[in-house]
Every structure is written in C-alpha cells, then in structure tokens.
Write a protein that binds this ligand. Structure first.
Ligand code: IMP
Length: 215
C-alpha cells in the first residue's frame, strides 16, 4: 500500500478528489490518499508560477521536497476568451489585480504578496468585467503527480457560460456563476457527484486514476 499526499489546504478540492477516489475501490487497495494534516503541515504552499502546469509542479515539488513523500497537486483556472483567457492562472487572486490586467496581463509583485481576496470579491470583479462581453468560459485543471521521483501531468477541462448572477449554494469559488454546457444549472446547483462527473477536476482526477491503476 502506497500513500499519496494531496498537496492542498483547500477543503473543497480535497472533498471532491477524495469522493472520486472512493468510487474506485480497486485503486484504494493499492493507494491511500492523505491530506496535509496527516503531515501536520498547515503553512501556506508557495504558488508563484505563471501557468497552471508550473503552479501544480511547484506545489507538488514543495511538499515532496519538504517531507520526502509521493504527492500530487491540482492547479485550476477559469479561462474566459473574451478577456484574454483571464482570470486563468490568477483565478484565486483576481480581485487583487490592477484595472488594466485583462488588457495587458500585468501582474505586480505587490498583488502577488497580498492575501487572497474572497470568492465573492473575485466573482464581483468577473461579473463587472463581463458586462457587454461574450460569456463563454472554460475551467481547466492540471494535476502534477510526483511518484518515485518522477513528475507526471494530467489535465481536464469543461466548457460553459458565465451567468449574469449567482445561482446555488453548493461548491466553492466561481461555481455559482459557471453553467456547464448542456445544463441549465450552475455548478453550485449540482451535487458533488454530479459536478465531479463532468468537471475539469473530475476529468483530471480520472486521468490520474487511470494512470495509477496501471502502476
Ligand atoms: P487554485 O489556484 O487551483 O487553488 O484555484 C484558483 C481559484 O480558482 C480558487 O481560489 C477558486 O476560486 C477557483 N476554483 C478552483 N477550482 C474551482 C472549482 O472547481 N469551481 C469553482 N472555482 C474553482
């Protein structure tokens, strides 16, 4: 039995990922997934790269080097083509970005140092920026797994539309304003199982699980 540590403090991500692993009982005979609380690690994990792949690697590598364990990390962005695929890799700190961010992509050191805004502040900024703009969007997740000193990447994405106002009370982050294509509900109106079946993270975790099943 091998233990894989999930390099995140985000309890929503943890819940989603653990739920998917629980639906694969054969895998759980060979791999046990643990959170960072099992390592008694509660500090922030640095996340300063400018791509999802870079951030996922940075987070996984940080935990791997600190504790010498096999682990994986997820990095996710909401990409909206009408504003240059923003907020993208800056989704967690979007409300901290300067006014001209969508046009020139400029990110100051200062905005990277600020504490993350709330989910509501990030949503408010996106709704403001999308008045009169096309609202097609895509969630994209990249997982980096470090197993036996090698890094492996897995990706998942889902297309949808940014709603004009919040709908629903489940989930986290931008879920209340993201309506996946083919649904008339936001992510925040879906159950955990329903969201996982179609979501960016659900697909990336399924790709990770297929890989682990072959090990
Ligand atoms: P992270 O950098 O991967 O932790 O995530 C960046 C930000 O994207 C988070 O702060 C959330 O606001 C948002 N986010 C990540 N995953 C999801 C999701 O599944 N639904 C809605 N928002 C998400």
């Amino acid at each position: 039995m091998k233990t894989l540590y999930l390099a995140t403090h985000n309890r929503h991500k943890k819940e989603e990922i653990q739920n998917i692993f629980q639906n694969h009982p054969i895998l759980s005979e060979h791999f046990r997934i643990e959170g960072l609380d099992a390592l008694d690690f509660h500090e922030e994990i640095p996340e300063t790269a400018d791509t999802l792949e870079g951030n996922a690697l940075q987070k996984a590598q940080y935990i791997h080097q600190k504790f010498n364990v096999d682990c994986f990390a997820d990095d996710t962005g909401l990409e909206v083509p009408s504003i240059g695929n923003r907020p993208g890799v800056f989704s967690a700190r979007y409300a901290n970005m300067p006014d001209c961010f969508e046009e020139n992509g400029f990110v100051s050191e200062e905005s990277l140092q600020m504490p993350d805004p709330t989910f509501d502040q990030n949503i408010d900024r996106l709704l403001f920026k999308l008045q009169n703009k096309p609202r097609q969007a895509r969630f994209r997740s990249v997982i980096c797994l470090i197993l036996n000193e090698e890094a492996y990447y897995f990706e998942g994405s889902v297309n949808g539309t940014i709603l004009p106002e919040r709908q629903g009370g489940q989930g986290f982050g931008y879920d209340p304003i993201f309506q996946p294509d083919g649904f008339d509900k936001s992510f925040a109106e879906l159950s955990l199982d329903e969201k996982n079946a179609i979501s960016h993270r659900g697909k990336a975790v399924e790709a990770l699980i297929s890989f682990l099943e072959k090990q």
